[in-house]
Design a protein around this ligand. Structure first.
Ligand SMILES: Nc1ncnc2c1ncn2[C@@H]1O[C@H](COP(=O)(O)OP(=O)(O)OP(=O)(O)O)[C@@H](O)[C@H]1O
Ligand SMILES: [Mg+2]
Length: 206
């Protein structure tokens, strides 16, 4: 089982949105994907309650507990949504993760938070920033991408600010499940996550 963690202590950056898009994309690609919601706000759990489809599953996972029950249940991709904080369990969770994605909005305030996050992930071999909620045609974006690239890897797939992301969440869906630019961006991010996890999508087809 592979573990992908969405992490940044910065609130509202897009952790839950990206976790859901990626988990839905993984299940559409034939993986047995599951989401774990470690945020007491319960954003992803609330989304799952509104969702009609069962996949991806929402599973209980207590950091530090054995992962064997999830393995035994056949989960092959666990996508973990985390709170906007640095809880005590975080170092252990990051150490377990096969990959970590860090959503960052291209604003000066969010960029200020990026350096300490990069330091906290310095020992991790597979992590990347993801530019998130990027305003269309904004001069903020190139500068932000350059600043982030000086601190760590930046996902080649970025997420534009698009109403399709929250609109899909109304009924517990992901923009990934529709057609359009939001779906294309989510698909590109999922493809990058597959690569960061050291996998290829051919693995899941057989
Ligand atoms: N690309 C996007 N375009 C438009 N709206 C977005 C996008 N990404 C996220 N949002 C919206 O921004 C808000 C914050 O996103 P989200 O809940 O994913 O962030 P978060 O990092 O999980 O927040 P928290 O730190 O509170 O857990 C939500 O209302 C979400 O619907
Ligand atoms: Mg969240």
């Amino acid at each position: 089982m592979k573990i992908l963690v969405l992490h940044t202590p910065k609130g509202g950056s897009g952790k839950s949105t990206l976790a859901r898009e990626i988990a839905v994309a993984a299940s559409l690609a034939g993986r047995s994907a599951a989401l774990a919601d470690l945020d007491p706000q319960g954003t992803t759990s609330g989304w799952y309650k509104r969702r009609k489809a069962e996949a991806p599953a929402l599973v209980r996972y207590t950091p530090g507990a054995s992962l064997d029950p999830l393995r035994a249940a056949g989960v092959d991709w666990l996508v973990v949504d985390t709170p906007p904080a640095t809880p005590a369990f975080l170092p252990g969770l990051l150490a377990l993760a096969d990959a970590v994605l860090v959503p960052v909005r291209p604003t000066p305030d969010d960029l200020l938070a990026a350096a300490p996050i990069a330091r906290s992930l310095a020992k991790h071999s597979a992590w990347a920033f993801v530019l998130s909620q990027v305003p269309p045609r904004s001069r903020l974006t190139d500068g932000a991408a350059r600043q982030l690239a000086a601190l760590g890897r930046v996902a080649p797939a970025q997420m534009t600010f698009r109403a399709d992301f929250p609109a899909a969440a109304i009924a517990g869906q992901a923009a990934m499940e529709f057609t359009g630019k939001a779906a294309e961006e989510a698909a590109a991010l999922y493809a990058y996550a597959v690569q960061l996890m050291g996998e290829s999508d051919a693995t899941s087809q057989g």
